[in-house]
Structures are given as C-alpha cells and as structure tokens.
Design a protein around this ligand. Sequence first.
Ligand SMILES: *Cc1c(COP(=O)(O)O)cnc(C)c1O
Length: 354
Amino acid sequence: MTEIKIELTKNPKEKPSEDSLGFGHYFTDHMFIMDYTEGKGWHDPRIVPYQPITLEPSSMVFHYGQTVFEGLKAYRTADGEVQLFRPDANFKRLNHSNERLVIPAVDEELALEALKKLVDIDRDWVPSAPGTSLYIRPFIIATEPFLGVHPSRNYLFMIIMSPSGSYYKGGIDPVKIMVEERFVRAVVGGTGEAKTGGNYASSLIGQVIAEEQGYAQTLWLDGKENRYIEEVGSMNIFFKINGTVITPALTGSILPGITRDSMIKVLKSKNIPVEERRITIEEVVEASQNGTLEEVFGTGTAAVISPVGELKYLDHKIIINDGKIGEVSQMLYDTLTGIQYGKLEDPFGWIVRV
Ligand SMILES: *Cc1c(COP(=O)(O)O)cnc(C)c1O
C-alpha cells in the first residue's frame, strides 16, 4: 500500500473546554490530504499540521460545485479507548457519491488507514465528557483552474476533524418539523443519493422558511408528486404506526444514511417490525387522526436520534406522543450510543478500535 507521509505540528493548539465545544467550531492539530492529477491518479497521501490551503479563484469547485463529503465520529469509551463507528461504510458511500459526481474513486482501504492514523495522532482531541465526540469530515473538491464545464482534471481529498459537544445537553428534546410544500430537495435521477454540497445549497431555503415559522427543520417530499416522504435536512426519517416502524425506501433521491441502516438492523435484531417502503404524507396525517401514529424520529450521525414532537403540514399540526420521546426511539438511541461509546457489546461488528 502507498506510504502515508507524516509531518507533525511544532505548535500544538490549546484544546477548547469540553463544555463549550458546540459543533464544527474547532479543528484538531492535524489533517489528511491527498492529490489527484489526471494521468497520475491519487498520489502523495500525507498527514500534515492543520492549515489553510491555497487554491486558484478559478478552481472548478467554486463555480460548478463538483464536491463530495462524508461525516462520521470517533468516540471515547469509559476505559479511555478511542473507537470509530462503521468507517468502512462511510468510505464506501464516499465512492458512490464520487461516481455520481464523476470524481475518481479513492482507495477505501488507504482512506481507512489514513483516518486511523490521523485519529491516532490527534487522539488527545477526542473529548470524554458524556455525549461528546470527535466529528470527522472527509471531503473531495475539484481543483482544476478552468472555467469550462467538464469534470475537473485535479482534485484534493482531505480529512479534517472537529471535537464536538453533546447534541443533547439538557436531555433529549423532540424537535418541531415543517413539511415543505413548494420547494423540493431532490428528484430521482438527480443527486439526492450523493452526499454533495449542492444538495445542501438547494435545501437552505427550506431551512429558512421553517425557521421563520418557528420550526427547526424541513421535511422534504418527493420532487415529482409532492406527496411521498423523503427525509429531513440532514437526517433520514422513521414513523412508528400501529406497532410497525416505517422508513421511506431508498428510491434514488434519498441519502442512504448509515445511522438509518444501523437502526433498521437493530430493529430487526429486536424483532420489531420494520418496513422500507414509500409512505405518503397523507398516510401520516391519517394515522395521527385515527390515533395510530405512535412515534416519529430522524436519524443521522450528529444526533443519532432526533425525536419529532410536532409535524406541520398545510393546516395540520400533528403532535406526536405528547411531544415526548417514544419508547422505541429511546431504545434505539440507547442501543446505538451504547455500542458507539463501548457501553454495550457490538454484535454487529460495527466498531473499529483506533
Ligand atoms: C449525511 C446525511 C444523512 C445521514 O446520514 P448518516 O450516515 O446517518 O449520518 C441524511 N440525510 C442527508 C441529506 C445527509 O447528508
């Protein structure tokens, strides 16, 4: 395998206090970087001190958005060890996103090796206060200095890391979510399935509209008929109706969340009925009206589980489980975080120790 060069920092930064971390504000001492040049392929993988990068203003990423990213975490266990959760799944998904954005694939084994080395070097940056973690952001950008429209001939693959605070400082608080009626996030055949910046750029407007009306996030419907439920901002969504947990099937416009996949596997292991299928917003409204809508929750790496306490759609204001977290949501949260922080055994083989 290609050798990863390492240059350690001579000026380690002072670490921020663990109770004021928030999300995405601070970055560790080191980062991983690797170049792609047409004809040469991916080359010069290296770990260097965290630092600014220099790019031409004409770099293609600034103009046409050819970029992909990933998000995962390193967790500190009670006995001081550091572990990753399904990192192989993240690099596999990165390459799926690459395919859609015509970015050359990265060697998944090399990427995992690099990540483990990087986390090991910055191991002291993995916080240990309850609920905290080290957020990891791998990403690729198109760097060719050219204003014509074609796939870039050069790229940068980087991994940066940011200690992040507990998502639920004052306990798990259900969120209020608004169904967006006018704008859509993605369509089948588009880039909804890929983790790419443009999906976020085009969904910011939904976030702004929701916040204006006092809601935390947007629930997106399908781009064709505007009735099938897709996902929330940066989370997949689940509904528990009459004892069965339902999540929208991956039809091509939904981001295939690793937390989503993990939840489905945990539910199956506990013999709780779970279905991946198309589900309309009308079905959810109807279930709330006939009293069978029991729980709604979002899933994603950042929050693991985000219970939905209120759902607004047109004139309907649906209150779910009295605005409190449901039993299955709580069980899933406890199970997944238990495995991630090493408090529970990992029967699925998801944990990678660093
Ligand atoms: C990353 C992401 C998710 C959640 O994926 P996880 O792998 O569970 O973190 C869901 N939706 C969108 C749009 C995303 O970008």
